[in-house]
Design a protein around this ligand. Structure first.
Ligand code: NAI
Ligand code: MG
Length: 362
């Protein structure tokens, strides 16, 4: 059967950048006989406008039936003043939750042609290629009890609970070990076992899992604060980093800035594997809907195209086709083509569509 991809372009620049991926898929269908069944749905503000909700039940059902979901971006000023759980972002959160996507993969790759876009020295980041695996469905963002309570005497308390179970730790660590095995065979597990019980359990479980199943991967434990430092000092010491929801949120944004350009950053969110080894998965650029540049054909489509490359690699076992897309991006950048967000002196500024053209041609 053909592989099924659900396209959810969303809002703002979402549809513009997703259109460029659609062209790559059409090309693959024609030239390489890779047949994908692509269907398209609404999410976020676009879904609110059409159905009154940011994710319709039918769309969710389609997402569950698909081999993977590719999403553009959601949100924008038009929908900023609706209730919290009715906002565009709620559609994305519901999708992640309903698909059980517990592992968020955020690569930070420095393309040779863009070394100067980094905020760090060229020799610190040149050739950088690291992968941060962030636990996405547990930890302090969801732990109970939580809330703000009145303590009397004008005192109030805001409470969140950081909580992880062995199975939550093991499943995300398994994803990270498996990735490390396919890459540089080095995993850093990051927590604060020195001050947190959840961190202590995290360290124990990752150590056990390592001994049981992944002795071919080199494992190192690191405290999160040290990791934040090391990412700036010597980021190339890392291959794969696995960490919890909160530390992962912060460290992945930090790592993103090593590359220097939001328009270049892809991501994947993976769920549990079924008996046949298939996982639910959502691929999306890290950036948002960029309302300030929407509708102008100037957004950088590369983050979304690289997200599709991740889909080829992790959902469809087409690593060579993923490599081909990444190589095409590298060559186009090497040739001096730049969208406005990555523009530099002496380079050729181009539109979203022309960037898509150039990558297709490569
Ligand atoms: P943003 O990522 O949309 O934009 C930040 C800045 O980066 C803007 O100046 C924008 O023009 C630029 N930028 C982003 N992507 C770009 C690209 N591909 N090419 C060129 N320039 C690009 O973040 P912001 O402004 O904080 O949020 C805008 C809207 O997007 C909000 O409604 C927010 O809630 C939503 N959002 C959605 C996300 C998602 O769908 N996963 C993630 C982050 C924000
Ligand atoms: Mg963040």
């Amino acid at each position: 059967a053909n592989k099924k991809i659900l396209f959810l372009p969303g809002d703002g620049i979402g549809p513009e950048v997703m259109r460029q991926v659609r062209r790559v898929i059409d090309w693959m269908d024609r030239k390489r006989g890779l047949t994908f069944d692509v269907s398209e749905g609404l999410v976020g503000g676009a879904a609110i406008d059409a159905h009154g909700v940011p994710l319709a039940d039918e769309t969710l059902a389609e997402a569950k039936a698909a081999d993977c979901v590719l999403l553009g971006a959601v949100g924008g000023p038009k929908w900023d003043n609706i209730g919290f759980d009715k906002r565009p972002e709620a559609g994305l959160l519901a999708l992640r939750k309903e698909l059980g996507l517990f592992a968020n993969l955020r690569p930070a790759i420095v393309f040779d042609a863009l070394v100067d876009a980094s905020t760090l020295k060229a020799d610190v980041v040149r050739g950088l290629n690291i992968m941060i695996v962030r636990e996405l469905t547990g930890g302090v963002y969801f732990g109970e009890p939580r809330g703000i309570t009145d303590l009397g005497n004008g005192e109030r308390r805001g409470l969140n609970t950081q909580s992880y179970t062995t199975s939550e730790i093991r499943r995300v660590a398994t994803v990270a070990f498996e990735l490390a095995r396919q890459r540089g065979r080095k995993l850093h597990s990051v927590e604060k076992a020195n001050v947190m019980e959840s961190g202590l359990l995290w360290r124990e479980e990752v150590t056990k899992l390592h001994k049981e199943s992944f002795t071919d991967v080199e494992l190192q434990h690191m405290y999160a604060d040290n990791c934040a430092m090391q990412l700036l000092k010597n980021p190339k010491q890392f291959d794969v980093i696995v960490t919890d929801n909160l530390f992962g949120d912060i460290l992945s944004d930090e790592a993103a800035m090593l590359t220097g350009s939001l328009g270049m950053l892809p991501s994947a969110s993976l769920g549990a594997a079924d008996a046949a080894g298939n996982r639910k998965a959502l691929y999306e650029p890290v950036h948002g809907s960029a309302p300030d540049i929407a509708g102008k054909d100037i957004a950088n489509p590369i983050a979304t195209m690289l997200s599709f490359a991740m889909a080829l690699r992790y959902s469809f076992d087409r690593g060579q086709d993923a490599d081909m897309i990444e190589k095409a991006v590298q060559n186009v950048l090497g040739g001096g083509m730049r969208t406005a967000d990555i523009m530099a002196p002496g380079m050729a500024r181009c539109s979203t569509t022309v960037m898509g053209d150039s990558i297709l041609r490569e």
